[in-house]
Each structure stands twice: as structure tokens, then as C-alpha cells.
Write a protein that binds this ligand. Structure first.
Ligand SMILES: Nc1ncnc2c1ncn2[C@@H]1O[C@H](COP(=O)(O)OP(=O)(O)O)[C@@H](O)[C@H]1O
Ligand SMILES: NC(=O)OP(=O)(O)O
Length: 320
């Protein structure tokens, strides 16, 4: 039996409630199959599209109806955790019931501590919300001084917000306690609600969106997981991505992964943070394994039949 932290891509959850329910229904079988194989799972998820939509909805509503306030980013993140957690709870419960399994499912509103002096606060790099063309992004920047829009991994222009690195997880003990009681736990949604610790030791929220892959690596480290699974839309990480000599990686050491990162094989804002988060977890303790794989093949990935395995110690590399 292994303890597995699973990071689900926010872009894979669709853009509407109906799409999200459908995506989760499709993912639930793969997630439950890991429990059926005897593993404990803790699920985290992205919220990039969703948190941007929630913030924009409040901004628009506040202009139409004066009494509706604008909503700050941490509150929008908290709402996204509830909204996505609600659908994940129901989708996973439905699949568990179908398979006659008695596990409970619970979502924890999770706060993640960041460093208030993180340089990320003055360099917004995390894309949120929908996609725009360049001309529209320029108009939005003119009309909203202080807002930053930039290209997101060749997919279009998006609003960029600060994305500090996770340092600690406030609700870590609650998460471990529920896992120990055979709950499927959903935590650190959207990378967690970013907070800093003030002089009194209280938590104060800060306007940022933490990368869910980095938050998942921190979660996996703090709950002493054996595996970090980063599940996305491709079966394996590739070198020379999108080129005629593209080659998928099956197993790499953290050293090899670092070399590939510095050679520019992984797109910033998409695959690069996943590989960096995988390295971080693999280096966090002896025998720790990180796997980047496709969502629907999660149960094959744990058997080593698909995905890219990243560990600190593998002596060999396979490329195919
Ligand atoms: N070197 C690479 N190997 C594999 N996929 C890559 C690589 N570089 C970029 N990608 C792209 O990155 C995507 C994963 O990033 P993204 O869509 O942002 O993730 P998420 O699932 O968290 O929303 C893959 O589906 C693929 O299209
Ligand atoms: N918070 C976060 O990393 O979300 P995405 O995975 O949707 O970008």
C-alpha cells in the first residue's frame, strides 16, 4: 500500500459546471482504481481557469449592481476550492458506490503559507481565467492599470498574478487525520489559499495564486507520501517537445531532469513547473517517487506501465 498525492490539472476540469462534472466523472474511475488497488489517495487540483472566472464575475457584477463587492483573490480561491471540491466529492462518491467501496470523501479548505518577501510578488507569472488575443489583452491592460496579461504557453493571452512558492500547509494535521480514517481527501485545491503569518502568529491572506504542482509537492512531502502523481493531458514528458525528434521519457533521475530543464525542453507555465515540482518531491526523502502521466492511465502509471518516473536515484534513462 502506498500513500499517493495526486495533482489534477485545472485546465482538464473544463470551463463550466456541466463540463467540470463530466470531466470529473471521466476521471473518477482512474482515481478509484488506485484505492481499489489498496492505495491511500489525497487529491489536489488546479483552479487557474475557475479562479479567474470567479474574480471576473464579481468585478462585472459590482459594476452593474453597486452593492455587490469586488472579491479579492484569496476569497476567489476559497470559492474555487469549494466549487471544485463539491464536484470531486460527488463524482468520486458516485464511483465508489458503483464499485461497492465504503470510503468517505471530504474536501478541506486549505491555507498554504508563503513568504511575504517572495520575489514572485513583484513578478506576476501565474495565468488565470480565460484566454484572449493580444489586441484584447492590450485593451484590458490599458483599461485596468496594474493588471498584467501575457502569453500562456502558446495558448493565448491570460491575466497573470503573483505565484509565490508554498512553504507550509496550515491544515496538514487535519488532512493526515482524515486519510488515517480511510477518507479520500481533497486538499490544497488551486495550490491552496495563500497566507502569510503576521507578528501575532495569525494567518493573513495575500493576493496570489500558488501553482498547484508546487503545492502538491509540498503536500506530498508534509504528509509523508510515497508518490506524487501529476496527472495531465499527456502520457509522458517529452524532450524536443513538438519537434520531429520528440522523444518520450519513461524514467529519469532528478539530475537528468534538471539538465533537461536548463536545456529548455519544458514549456514554462505548462510542463516546466510539473517537472520542477516532481524534482522537488523526489529530492525530499529517500525512495520518493514522482510520476507525470495522463489522468485516464493513473492505475497503469503506478505499475510503471506508462508515465514518466522521476526519482533521485535511478541509474539509467530510457527514451522512446
Ligand atoms: N516537454 C513536454 N512534454 C510533454 N508535454 C508538454 C511538454 N511541454 C509542454 N507540454 C504541454 O504541457 C501540457 C501540460 O500543461 P498544462 O496543460 O498547463 O497542465 P494542467 O494539466 O495542469 O492544466 C501538456 O498537455 C502538453 O500539451
Ligand atoms: N493553481 C493552479 O496551479 O491552477 P492551474 O493548474 O489551473 O494552473
Amino acid at each position: 500500500m502506498s500513500r499517493i498525492v495526486i495533482a489534477l490539472g485545472g485546465n482538464a476540469l473544463g470551463n463550466t459546471p456541466a463540463e467540470q462534472i463530466r470531466c470529473i466523472d471521466e476521471a473518477a474511475h482512474a482515481l478509484v482504481s488506485l484505492i481499489k488497488d489498496g492505495h491511500e489517495i489525497i487529491i489536489s487540483h488546479g483552479n487557474g481557469p475557475q479562479v479567474g472566472i470567479i474574480q471576473l464575475a464579481f468585478e462585472k457584477a459590482s459594476k452593474i449592481e453597486g452593492k455587490i463587492p469586488q472579491m479579492d483573490l484569496p476569497e476567489c480561491s476559497a470559492m474555487s476550492q469549494g466549487y471544485i471540491g463539491f464536484h470531486l466529492q460527488n463524482g468520486i462518491k458516485k464511483e465508489l458506490r458503483k464499485q461497492g467501496m465504503p470510503w468517505q470523501v471530504g474536501t478541506i479548505v486549505t491555507q498554504v503559507v508563503v513568504d511575504g518577501n517572495d520575489p514572485a510578488f513583484s513578478n506576476p507569472t501565474k495565468p488565470i481565467g480565460g484566454y484572449y488575443d493580444e489586441a484584447t489583452a492590450n485593451i484590458l491592460m490599458e483599461n485596468h492599470p496594474g493588471e498584467v496579461y501575457a502569453e500562456d504557453a502558446g495558448r493565448g493571452w491570460r491575466k497573470m498574478v503573483a505565484s509565490p512558492k508554498p512553504v507550509d500547509i496550515v491544515e496538514r494535521d487535519s488532512i493526515v487525520s482524515l486519510v488515517d480514517q480511510e477518507f479520500v481527501v481533497i486538499a490544497c485545491g488551486g495550490g491552496g489559499i495563500p497566507v502569510v503569518v503576521d507578528d501575532n502568529g495569525d494567518y493573513q491572506s495575500v493576493a496570489a495564486v500558488i501553482d498547484k504542482d508546487f503545492a502538491s509537492a509540498k503536500l506530498a512531502e508534509l504528509v509523508n507520501a510515497d508518490y506524487l502523481f501529476i496527472l495531465t493531458a499527456v502520457d509522458r514528458v517529452a524532450v524536443n517537445w513538438g519537434k520531429p525528434n520528440q522523444a518520450e521519457l519513461t524514467e529519469i533521475t532528478t539530475k537528468q531532469a534538471l539538465d533537461y530543464c536548463s536545456e529548455g525542453h519544458f514549456a514554462p507555465g505548462s510542463m516546466l513547473p510539473k517537472v520542477q515540482a516532481a524534482i522537488q518531491f523526489a529530492q525530499s526523502g529517500k525512495g520518493k517517487k514522482a510520476v507525470i502521466a495522463s489522468l485516464e492511465k493513473a492505475s497503469l502509471a503506478i505499475k510503471g506501465e506508462t508515465g514518466t518516473l522521476i526519482t533521485d536515484e535511478l541509474p539509467t534513462i530510457s527514451v522512446r
